[in-house]
Design a protein around this ligand. Sequence first.
Ligand SMILES: Cc1ncc(COP(=O)(O)O)c(C=O)c1O
Length: 390
Amino acid sequence: MDRELLKQKDAQYIVHTYNRYDIVIDHAEGAVITDVDGRQFIDLCSGYAANSLGYQNAAWLEAVKGQLDKVQHTSNLYYSEPGVLVAEKLVKKSGLCKVWFANSGGEANEAAIKTARKYGNTLADHKKNTIISLKKSFHGRTLATVTATGLAEAQEVFAPLVPGFVHAEVDDLAQLEALVNEYDPCAFLMELVQGEGGVHALDKDFVQGAAALCKEKDILFIDDEVQAGIGRTGTLFAYQQYGIMPDIVSFAKGIGAGLPIGGIICGPKTCDVLVPGDHGSTFGMNPVACAGACVVLDTMDEDFLASVREKSDKLRSALSEMSKVKGLDGLGLMVGIDLDGMTGAEAVNQLMAEGALAIPAQSRLRLLPPLTISDEELEQAIAVLKKVLD
Ligand SMILES: Cc1ncc(COP(=O)(O)O)c(C=O)c1O
């Protein structure tokens, strides 16, 4: 379809919840996206951290196509192998106990919230159901996850919100302790590396202090790894760099490598909280998405994760030399950049004109390249970044 006609139909037939950039994507390979006019872009966005293995990954394609040839969907009424294999891998790699599958990050966090509420209402040392999340956090767009989200602009028009959520200051353990005493929560919900809020890696002492409070007061620690998880930070999960063990980890995005899948991994306190009838999802544990997810998890062995850390070091050291870069935040290949004299949104537009796709996060520039970006592609990306940020 002609690009102008496509844009016109998009405006006419699609509810306008996104402002799109003026690019019509045609195909992609490796870390390079090609639009319908043949323009090429180095992808430093990965479909919002979803395309963890880049494009046309041979092993992933083979697994997904192979599963499509067998059966595309089964429902949760019957047993099916791919989901069980993904769950086994997630449990063994995380040290947690059991997995519940959804299709997106918001749905994963919704399941975490329901688990925490049921735990607090029926199983904790006494009845409690308030959830403390952090300011500047982002947890999704369902009504409960919008309420948990600490970016105020996303919330007010949807009032009345879901009761029982309180927002704490980022990295302020004394205030968190005070809120615990005031509200008696059943759970903390936090991204260890805040994505939408500006790609900020939480302070380690704060996270460890929060985890200690959880142990002491029978509070569940819910770690939202929807953006930071599945290798993005240089370990399979970000919590593995913080020296804590959450009670629930939510995941989505990168595990699907481009197909919709999400879920929660539950620890000993939470793995048997939800029982038949409590919760469900028609497409949860879809065999095609799970066949692909098996390849993602098999790919992310120690050597692969070491390569993510190496690429992160290379990218961050090149960025730190650029004159408009004031500071770097985030972990691994989840990079937040404070800029001198330009906003993240302005940088994104200039990068696009030079042939690279990135995204803003509040005032910062955010880079989320595919974890499989090659050395050559990374060099190319650094050259484009230099043109705009130096
Ligand atoms: C940390 C975090 N949690 C939850 C979500 C919501 O995920 P989804 O858009 O798949 O519902 C996102 C999406 O950007 C996210 O970054």
